[in-house]
Design a protein around this ligand. Structure first.
Ligand code: ADP
Ligand code: ZN
Ligand code: ZN
Length: 730
């Protein structure tokens, strides 16, 4: 029998158990500190099951435990997870009460998670072959391939430069390669930066913001508040240029909806270095390459959505979070992290500034700024000669409505079209109508698997549940009273488009919502096709951001009222943010913009405050309400959710969980209660909400509570999860 090993590797595995697992190094190898941060493939579970994990520490074996099994393979010769990134991931595991192995799996791109080697990041480029040069001498068919070949005639071009200078070059390159006219080659060395396009001279407020960031040393948090068009992006670009000039890397987070090709090309042309994009639409291999290029310090700037917060920054200089209030920064399943909050944590661990920008900062960030934890920088004016749009309320009471649109609104659209300009009609609800209603008995079409009405689609020919995707054909007669008076109630974007088309038959019109716009870049294509011709855009919040529309002068918002009376304590904040965002689309160029809000509640304090004092006034009002009600940011929440086929199992589990909670000081437990949508996709759903004035007692209580919940027998009958700092209480 071999002597017991003196040391074991403690490995974090992507399994839902909050502990590390001990393994021996393979025979003939010794476990030393050089293993820490390396991935290993290990036997796990029954039979020949395997997992890929990361070595967290090297320690002494537990004398009472059975002898550890050897790892099957060490996958990295040098640590993959080191320094600040590893430290920040441990922070995530502790703060969100999640197993470190699952945090690591969330943070790593797919190929790295599954154990593939760190990909090559050597640059590749293209050059013309001898045949290619010869073919250029002869006359040939003009087209993309030939234009690309001409560009390659003088010198080889890197693929990163091709991406920037020749959009859609890949098919042309493939065509050339097939004919032997061009070839792909490996390039030596780093990208030579292209000439950076000069930026405008900064306005005083922008210059002050930059000066504040420049004078800071090490970690510092800055909240840059400025209306849409006030020049926040110019401030980011200047701060990133400073960071690059100092030889450091920069990370820029943007919301899902904000990562447009237009935004990326602005960053690329202004910074003059390759800018890596990271988002969920990217192929796995590309994500892994971008990760590796940042880890090796080859790439200097990454612009990405939520998950980009996990990118390595060995030479970090700056983190920017654009539209920091945006809901897409919060992950809503698995490990429910908030990328904006992680940006703060990483910047602190890295000792670099973090710049949070928004026209409508979250109440959390405003609260931090008021408390002096963030430096508050403001850009009050729009850049250039754009002026803020004028806004007014259209009182709907006692007015005749045409499918939800008032005559006043239709008139405003008509005047806008007559001026040869563009109008945006905004309704945050897709489909034809939200409900199919029996006019005689009040029956309405509900989803069989959810507590929700089915949305009418396809002009009334289809019913779709927006919560579980169920589809049905509308009945010909009411199932309850056999009446034939079934009518779609209210209007979604599809019906609004139909109504506007009847009223303005000659107007150019496009609709932008999830139905018409499945692909990420489809919005851009739609809007580019629209160009600056006069016409009407109809859409959901997909239209709230993106492509500049210089001829857009009217924004008409339909359906404000749904947000005014929601039970969600964040509804007011979200509505105000959305309204400001949509309104910001009007009058971005020299034409003056106008915003009209249709409502049955013209005297609602939120609308009045918004119109009179803008977002800062609404935010102050909301903060006061939150403080009075002791909601975040004046309290800290954690939500335990459970779902199961039967309500009894959900309630049984949640009651036992409540009983396990005990009575820890400084933390209140509320519930069990049904979720706001108590049944969804055939599952009963319930929850328990914890709240506390201070974070520390809340986390201490969770630490104590979670292992007890996991050990409950009733926990096996439900799917449960914990959400720390939930943004949605459903
Ligand atoms: P935001 O990010 O706040 O929406 P941007 O940075 O995109 O604002 O600026 C809005 C517009 O104003 C852009 O077209 C930008 O080029 C222009 N702009 C920004 N700063 C200046 C400046 N100092 N001088 C002139 N134009 C500017
Ligand atoms: Zn009926
Ligand atoms: Zn459903």
């Amino acid at each position: 029998m071999p002597a017991a090993p003196e040391t074991v590797l403690r490995v974090a595995l992507p399994v839902p158990l909050p502990r590390l697992f001990d393994y021996r190094p393979p025979a003939g190898q010794t476990a030393g500190p050089d293993w820490v941060g390396c991935r290993v493939r290990v036997p796990f579970g029954r039979g020949d099951g395997e997992q890929v994990g990361v070595v967290v520490e090297v320690g002494r074996p537990d004398p009472d435990a059975p002898e550890a099994k050897p790892v099957h393979a060490r996958l990295d010769s040098e640590a993959l997870l080191v320094g600040e990134l590893f430290e920040s991931l441990r922070w995530v595991a502790a703060y969100y009460h999640a197993p470190l192995g699952e945090v690591v799996a969330t943070a790593l791109p797919g190929p790295l998670r599954s154990g593939q080697p760190l990909p090559e990041t050597a640059r590749h480029g293209w050059r013309a072959t001898g045949d290619g040069l010869a073919s250029l001498a002869a006359p040939g068919r003009e087209g993309k391939p030939r234009r690309l070949l001409q560009a390659l005639a003088d010198r080889a071009l890197g693929e990163d430069l091709l991406d920037q200078q020749h959009p859609d070059w890949r098919p042309a390159a493939r065509a050339l390669a097939e004919r032997g006219l061009a070839e792909r080659i490996a390039l030596a060395g780093r990208t030579e930066p292209a000439a950076a396009a000069p930026g405008p001279t900064l306005m005083p407020a922008q210059a002050d913001a930059i000066a504040a960031i420049r004078t800071g040393e090490g970690f510092g948090a800055y909240l840059l508040e400025g209306v849409t068009g006030s020049g926040k992006t110019e401030v980011y670009l200047q701060a990133i240029s400073d960071c690059l000039a100092a030889g450091r890397q920069a990370l820029v987070l943007v919301p899902e909806i904000g990562l447009t090709p237009q935004a990326l090309s602005r960053f690329r042309s202004r910074l003059g270095v390759p800018v890596l994009a990271q988002h969920s639409g990217l192929a796995d291999g590309e994500r892994a390459r971008a990760w590796a290029a940042m880890a090796r310090g080859e790439a200097r700037v990454m612009v990405g959505t939520r998950s980009a917060i996990f990118c390595p920054l060995p030479e970090a200089g700056l983190i920017v979070v654009d539209e920091e209030h945006d809901g897409s920064y919060k992950q809503q399943d698995g490990i429910r992290y908030h990328a904006r909050d992680l940006a703060l944590v990483r910047a602190r661990n890295l000792g670099v500034p973090v710049l949070l920008g928004s026209a409508t900062p979250s109440l959390e960030s405003l609260h931090n700024a008021l408390a002096g934890r963030y430096r508050h920088l403001r850009l009050a004016q729009r850049a250039g000669d754009a002026r803020p749009p004028t806004a007014r309320v259209l009182d709907l009471r006692k007015r005749r409505l045409v499918n939800g649109l008032s005559e006043d609104l239709l008139d405003a659209v008509g005047r806008c079209l007559a001026r040869g300009e563009q109008a945006l009609v905004f309704k945050n609800r897709r489909g034809y109508a939200p409900v199919l209603l029996c006019h005689d008995c009040g029956w309405s079409a509900h989803c069989k698997r959810c507590d929700a009405a089915m949305t009418v689609h396809a002009g009334g020919r289809r019913l779709i549940c927006h919560h579980c995707g169920a589809r049905a054909t509308p009945p010909n007669a009411c199932p309850d009273c056999a009446s034939l008076a079934l009518q779609p109630q209210g209007a979604g974007t599809e019906r609004i488009e139909e109504t506007l088309a009847e009223r303005f038959p000659d107007a150019l019109m496009i609709r932008v919502d999830r139905e018409t716009t499945r692909r990420r870049d489809a919005i851009e294509k739609h809007l580019e096709a629209f160009g600056d011709r006069s016409g009407i855009l109809v859409g959901t919040q997909m239209l709230a951001k993106g492509h500049d529309l210089p001829r857009l002068t009217l924004v008409a918002v339909v359906g404000v009222d749904e947000g005014l009376f929601s039970a969600d304590f964040r509804a007011g904040e979200k509505l105000a943010q959305l309204l400001i965002q949509v309104a910001g689309r009007a009058g971005r160029a020299s034409l003056p913009g106008e915003v009209v809000l249709q409502t049955h509640h013209p005297d609602h304090p939120l609308l009045n405050t918004l119109l009179a004092g803008g977002y800062p006034a609404v935010a102050a009002l909301q903060l006061a309400e939150r403080e009075a009600a002791q909601f975040p940011p004046y309290a800290h929440l954690a939500l335990l959710r459970a779902e199961a086929p039967t309500e009894a199992d959900v309630q049984g589990f949640l009651r036992e969980a409540r009983d396990e909670f005990g009575d820890p000081p400084g933390v209140q437990l509320n519930g069990p209660m049904p979720a706001p949508m108590a049944r969804r996709a055939g599952k009963a759903r319930g929850q328990v909400l914890l709240d506390a004035r201070q974070r520390a007692p809340l986390h201490a209580a969770l630490q104590h509570w979670l292992p007890r919940i996991a050990a409950l027998k009733s926990a096996r009958k439900v799917r449960w999860s914990l959400d720390v700092d939930p943004t949605d209480l459903y």
